[in-house]
Design a binder for this molecule. Structure first.
Ligand SMILES: *[C@@H]1O[C@H](CO)[C@@H](O)[C@H](O)[C@H]1NC(C)=O
Ligand SMILES: *[C@@H]1O[C@H](CO)[C@@H](O)[C@H](O)[C@H]1NC(C)=O
Ligand SMILES: CC(=O)N[C@H]1CO[C@H](CO)[C@@H](O)[C@@H]1O
Length: 699
């Protein structure tokens, strides 16, 4: 059913390879005399995205240097008559396969494959000649991307080299949403030269930091209120710059430029089309729409029981209890602490008999330092060869994570690992009668820069261009990029780690319980929603974070992961009575509603603050519970048709421009609006606006 058009173009080709960054050079502050008559600042496309731009190295690459007072605008930018890029030659040819007619050669012959897939989306790919593999040494590339009308990329700014691919596209309006995972200061993006890196990372939300998951997808609402969405399906470290023209510049350091355009026309249609392509969200179990409680560091089964008891004492609606890593023996997966949590198996049974459900955390690292023969997860995994390996492809990568000593990392892209993991999950079920898993730390997190003994100095570990990510180092807090996974080099598969763990965990849970599976994953990628939900990570107990959780929830609904929530009352820091109460009120309407807290912080379950707090929490949760049939129906619609569950006001009232910026309120489906109090010492809902990066201002 595909009709494939191949457009061929071969002509003016220039390769452009960015040299390594020149650190420590400061910006030249003088006004360049040649500045006048140059292209307007808002149309500048950064020609030196890495740190250390200077007039000298800018001009050395044929770009224009010109200072400006405009905040974050590049001083080094591509000139109008850019010496880089490609131009069209040849005719559009209709072929059965996209590759026809292109000769395999190292020369960067560029070809475009455009697929019209049904009527409302199109797809095109740019392949590079330098990738390995027969198929891939043919280059396919773009031509007139306006073929996917509404998407207009000029070939002039296209850069296509082995470890650096860049393309710029104009967008028809500044109402741009999405890209993730980040803490965004507003749902509707600022287009004033903002750059967001994407590379999965164990990182508490902070402005502009690349967080746990990767979603190179955005939605744009045009001035005529028609919406479209674009996915760049690429798993390499990458970044995107939003410029006021308005335009978007995508930069990635590997793979291909593989774009999907979803033509809407409504925002809801875009998400439906997007999830049709990447996988519809899974259908969550009804019980998992109930209120859930968790904390890291109950420390003992007695404290856990006290907490559960006071929840019941105050009759707070409550369906699911989670256990964080302190239930384990010395933080070892597939064990439980037989001293501090003696009787946990029986207690889980008891809670389940009372109608509750139980979720256990699992981390993706396995200690290698237990006595041989005493820790099956390691012994069996070693025997089966399931770990991520060093660059030699045979010795396991050894890092440092939660368990004492050293750990190895299961490679979930390997079918043997899936077998191993499934077996362990099934065996655990006989001990701890869980209903679902919460898979954490799967960016994958490692407490060092790369595994032991550190990363070799090569182009894979230290690519010429490092996208705009925290620490400017691919190996920081994770494994060396040249590590080997079954699917390929970690350089390419890093951000797929959590995604690759999600489906096997989902299937294992399904097998173990015989019921619909529950999997909550910290790291996500395009398509993760098919097998799992997500929480917004290690947020802080701060008013700002409570507001930003709404933005995260709206974004993950665009990403096809509608089973989403933030840690109610905040994860890091001690919460306060008022913040926690307001957060319970908001969190009662998260699609995934869980109060969770970090180790050593003061308790924050809704029963710990006394009768008044408990009563207010009970009341708001009862509103949630009374609406659960509606919420469940929305999840059904999401599972079957790809609808969003929580959606922005813009989504429903698209033609009303004023809704485009609203992110202090949201909707459940089309029919129920939640407008929480988000400010301290406030009892009214105020009209709020954003200032970039800073806190919200309210009138
Ligand atoms: C890793 O090494 C093990 C043991 O040598 C081997 O069995 C396995 O296939 C390797 N996996 C990868 C992805 O290199
Ligand atoms: C948070 O609360 C705990 C327990 O109540 C207390 O020990 C700790 O000092 C508090 N931390 C801060 C930063 O106030
Ligand atoms: C309160 C809150 O949820 N804030 C942020 C938490 O982290 C996610 C990303 O993981 C952000 O999107 C939220 O805005």
């Amino acid at each position: 059913t595909y009709i494939l058009y191949t457009c061929m173009l071969i002509s003016h080709i220039s390769f452009y390879f960015f040299p390594g960054s020149v650190l420590g050079q400061s910006f030249c502050s003088g006004e360049d005399p040649r500045c006048s008559g140059d292209i307007p600042v808002k149309r500048r496309i950064d020609c030196h995205p890495q740190p250390g731009a200077s007039q000298e190295n800018c001009e050395a690459r044929g770009c224009t240097w010109c200072s400006t007072d405009v905040l974050n605008a590049p001083w080094c930018f591509f000139p109008e008559d850019s010496p880089y890029g490609y131009s069209l030659s040849g005719n559009v040819e209709k072929t059965a396969k996209g590759h026809a007619g292109l000769a395999p050669t190292w020369v960067p012959v560029l070809g475009l494959a455009v697929v019209f897939w049904r009527l409302c989306r199109c797809y095109f790919t740019i392949l590079c000649p330098t990738c390995e593999g027969e198929d891939k040494d043919i280059t396919k590339i773009i031509i007139s991307l306006s073929i996917c009308h509404r998407w207009d990329a000029s070939l002039a700014d296209l850069i296509f080299s082995n470890q650096y691919l860049q393309i710029t596209t104009t967008v028809p309006s500044t109402s741009v949403y999405g890209f993730g995972e980040h803490e965004h200061p507003s749902f509707k993006h600022s287009m004033d030269f903002a750059t967001y890196g994407m590379f999965s990372r164990d990182q508490s939300p902070a402005p502009f930091a690349n967080l746990y998951g990767v979603h190179p997808f955005y939605l744009c609402v045009e001035t005529d209120s028609n919406a479209h969405g674009v996915l760049l399906l690429n798993s390499n470290a990458q970044d995107v710059s939003l410029s006021p023209n308005p335009s978007l510049t995508f930069r990635t350091i590997g793979g291909i430029l593989d774009f999907y355009v979803f033509l809407g026309p409504t925002p809801e249609n875009v998400v439906q089309q997007y999830t049709e392509a990447i996988g519809r969200p899974h259908m969550p179990a009804y019980w998992s729409l109930g209120f859930q409680l968790s904390r890291w560091g109950y420390g003992s089964i007695d404290v856990l029981k006290e907490t559960v008891d006071r929840m019941h004492y105050y009759d707070i609606p409550y369906d699911v209890q989670h256990s964080d890593i302190d239930y384990m023996e010395r933080r070892l997966d597939f064990t439980y602490d037989k001293e501090n949590y003696a009787g946990l198996p029986e207690y889980i049974q008891q809670l389940k008999e009372e109608g509750m459900h139980y979720v256990l955390i699992l981390d993706p690292f396995i200690s290698k330092d237990e006595e041989p023969g005493t820790y099956k997860p390691y012994d069996l995994g070693e025997e089966m060869g399931v770990w991520v390996n060093n660059s030699d492809g045979v010795t396991p990568a050894v890092g440092k994570a939660f368990p004492d000593g050293h750990s190895v990392f299961p490679d979930y892209t390997n079918p043997r690992t899936v077998e191993w993991w499934t077996q362990l999950c099934l065996e655990l079920k006989d001990v701890l009668d869980y209903d679902g898993f919460w898979i954490d730390m799967n960016e994958p997190s490692n407490f060092e820069r790369g595994q032991y003994p550190g990363c070799a100095d090569n182009d894979i570990n230290n690519p010429p261009y490092v996208p705009s990510i925290s620490d400017h180092a691919l190996a920081q807090k994770t494994l060396c990029p040249d590590s080997k996974t079954y699917l390929g080099e970690h350089y390419n598969t890093h951000s797929l780690f959590g995604w690759s763990q999600t489906a096997p965990t989902f299937h294992a849970t399904q097998k173990a319980t015989g019921k619909r599976a529950f999997v909550l994953s910290r790291s996500t990628f395009v398509g993760s929603g098919k097998h799992g939900g997500h929480w917004l990570g290690d947020n802080f107990s701060q008013w700002k974070d409570m507001h930003q959780s709404i933005i995260g929830i709206l974004e993950f609904n665009l990403f096809g992961i509608p089973y989403i929530g933030a840690d109610i009352c905040g994860f890091n820091y001690n919460t306060t009575y008022e913040l926690c109460l307001r957060w319970m009120q908001l969190g009662s309407f998260y699609p995934f509603s869980r109060n969770h807290n970090s180790e050593e912080n003061s308790e924050q379950d809704p029963a710990v603050f006394g009768a008044e707090f408990a009563e207010i929490s009970r009341e708001t949760l009862q509103i949630r519970y009374s609406l659960l049939p509606y919420l469940y129906t929305l999840f059904f619609e999401s599972h079957v048709h790809g609808n969003t569950v929580a959606r922005s006001l813009m989504h429903e009232f698209t033609s009303d421009q004023q809704t485009h910026e609203i992110d202090t309120a949201f909707l459940w489906g089309p029919a129920f609006m939640i407008a929480p109090v988000l400010q301290e010492a406030s009892t009214v809902i105020k009209k709020c606006y954003h200032t970039r990066i800073k806190e919200m201002n309210c009138a």
